[in-house]
Ligand binder design. Sequence first.
Ligand SMILES: CC(C)(COP(=O)(O)OP(=O)(O)OC[C@H]1O[C@@H](n2cnc3c(N)ncnc32)[C@H](O)[C@@H]1OP(=O)(O)O)[C@@H](O)C(=O)NCCC(=O)NCCS
Length: 173
Amino acid sequence: MRISHRLFGRAAIDAAQPGSLAVSLLERLEPAELEELERYGRESLGEAALDRWQLPVVAAFGFLFVGRLAGETVASAQVIRCRREGDLYMDGLYVRERFRGRGLGGALLQGVLGQLAGQGSFRRLLVTVDPGNAAALALYRARGFRVVDEMPHFYGLGADRLLLAAALKDGPA
Ligand SMILES: CC(C)(COP(=O)(O)OP(=O)(O)OC[C@H]1O[C@@H](n2cnc3c(N)ncnc32)[C@H](O)[C@@H]1OP(=O)(O)O)[C@@H](O)C(=O)NCCC(=O)NCCS
């Protein structure tokens, strides 16, 4: 089985940190890679992470991004198409805990937005965020995401979410 890894960009991070984040789109996952991504997701997002039954589906039929630092996978994000034409939805963006706070989340998001915008046919990238997740809200807002809806009890009683959107083409999100 051929593993397809497309490298489409490098985003510079904090000048004090040598190296840069390489953001790749994975279309198929090696067994070891799947195990690794499942583990990193669980460590970062707990039970909200995509598992081994969902990650390969996103890789094959959606967009599975990983961010690597000197060859080591440190971050990931998964994107699927929405029912509404032109909309994409991002799930499970994370940076592994010990790599946080040095711009890698921003570099990953920049790579994801750049790649998706380059596809041409998509208008918006949507994401839902826990209103109490200050780090995620700061990350998204700094890269053009705006709150477009409130979703009370989205993940069950009291588990509210904000719906954020960023424009992938010129125009409103
Ligand atoms: C959210 C997350 C991806 C950010 O990754 P990161 O690599 O630490 O992010 P960065 O270093 O690029 O910082 C991004 C922004 O958030 C800000 N930030 C980081 N941690 C913060 C915190 N605890 N509170 C407030 N702001 C914070 C930074 O100042 C930065 O702002 P700027 O872009 O205006 O400079 C990371 O915290 C994470 O993986 N969290 C667990 C998973 C999660 O919550 N994912 C989001 C699901 S919607």
